[in-house]
Write a protein that binds this ligand. Structure first.
Ligand SMILES: Cc1ncc(COP(=O)(O)O)c(C=O)c1O
Length: 390
């Protein structure tokens, strides 16, 4: 073999059968081969196990899928290149022209955009309601045959809580699928409810370091199997190296999530006692209007705290600018604390009445609490509240 050939066919290093890497290797390969054309064809006919092309499956992304399915207490999972990719591919795969979808004012704005604008272009109708309007959901389900109900809990950005027993009961009775964006609650929560499909942004709590993007769709095997073929051609696969980083992040997921919740609770208490703050939105606070429901549905209340400054838009901007430990940046759930002001929350598609229902005011702030020492965070927040002139 000449050297230019050898560099493309380097020596193989096989591990002995009783000798394993403690951390699974990254299968950074687009292609996988079988020994013969006949075996390759058998794989493509679904007659044998294996891997062929990483856009459809890869051992590293598969390891992540199996782990996430187990954490969320479902049978199977598909991972994607981002949370938005998980949502868009799920919605495209589950709906068709003539279908009707229920979605909510209180949600991550790109999800609303996807349903209202993008699916709308393909003939999928929608009804936009408040997550608190259970009577409206029931009435809509009775009046219109509905393909799916897409919702969040806690919601982004104001941490409203969806009534999971009520919503799942109504949807099941009407033959509609429930799709829950469970990014805020995390993989270890809500598994015991009758949710058909969980979607997650892995960019947030899963990886935790804020350096990698990913998404996941989790559900029973038959449903995930039916999505897999569409996802393969939609082409939003997660790269194996990103899957490896997310698997690495998940090793510390529980420790991080709990530490972030604990700091979030202390921060919510500090804000609730401050004269500059009109209202705090954190499901762990007994003053949250749905605290009892949250306590029933969740073991931990999440790392996002929102609140309304009495001083409105001017105070909100000054507050965010003064903070030193909270970066003014998108995303949430990773090690570094973040802050966003109302114009960064993406409510431009809502009319005045919908905006009122959303609860976001000109002085609303969303904090994503990181892993810094909580006393330092409290001191930074106290200083910013004073500097905001409130
Ligand atoms: C609730 C929620 N769902 C989905 C997403 C989208 O995730 P990604 O940024 O990984 O596309 C986000 C992003 O902020 C989010 O907050």
């Amino acid at each position: 073999m000449k050297k230019p050939t050898r560099v493309n066919h380097p020596p193989a290093v096989e591990l002995p059968a009783d000798n394993h890497a403690v951390v699974a290797p990254i299968y950074q390969s687009v292609k996988f081969e079988f020994a013969t054309a006949e075996q390759t064809e058998a794989y493509l006919r679904g007659e044998r196990e294996g891997f062929y092309y990483s856009r459809s499956s890869n051992p590293t992304t598969r390891q992540l899928e199996l782990l996430l399915a187990e954490l969320q207490e479902r049978e199977d999972c598909l991972v994607t290149g981002s949370g938005a990719g998980a949502i868009s591919q799920t919605l495209l795969a589950l709906t068709g022209s003539g279908d009707h979808v229920i979605c909510f004012i209180e949600s991550y704005s790109p999800s609303r955009y996807l349903i209202r604008r993008l699916l709308g272009r393909f003939g999928v109708a929608h009804t936009l309601l408040s997550i608190e309007d259970l009577a409206g959901v029931e009435r809509t389900l009775q009046e219109r045959r509905t393909r799916l109900v897409f919702f969040e809990s806690p919601t982004n950005p104001l941490t409203k809580i969806a009534d999971l027993p009520a919503l799942t009961r109504m949807a099941r009775a009407a033959g509609a699928l429930t799709v829950l964006d469970n990014t805020f609650a995390g993989f270890h929560q809500h598994g015991r409810y009758d949710i058909d499909v969980f979607v997650h942004s892995l960019t947030k709590f899963a990886s935790g370091a804020g350096d990698v993007m990913g998404g996941a769709v989790i559900g029973r095997s038959e449903l995930i199997r039916s999505l897999r073929a569409d996802f393969g051609v939609l082409g939003g696969a997660l790269d194996p190296h990103a899957a490896f980083l997310i698997l690495r992040g998940l090793k510390t997921y529980f420790v991080r999530y709990r530490a972030q919740c604990s700091s979030a609770e202390r921060i919510a208490q500090l804000l609730a006692a401050h004269p500059a703050v009109a209202r705090v939105h954190y499901p762990g606070l007994p003053t949250h209007p749905q605290h009892a429901l949250a306590a029933q549905q969740m073991q931990e209340f999440g790392g996002v705290v929102s609140f309304d400054l009495r001083g409105g838009a001017v105070a909100a901007r000054r507050f965010a600018d003064t903070l030193e430990l909270f970066a003014i940046a998108a995303s949430l759930g990773s090690a570094e604390s973040l802050v966003v002001t109302p114009p960064l929350m993406g409510h431009r598609d809502l009319d005045a009445e919908q905006r009122r229902i959303s609860g976001v005011t000109d002085g609303t702030i969303r904090l994503s609490v990181g892993l810094e020492d909580c006393d330092d965070l409290l001191a930074d927040l106290t200083r910013a509240l004073a500097a905001a002139g409130c």
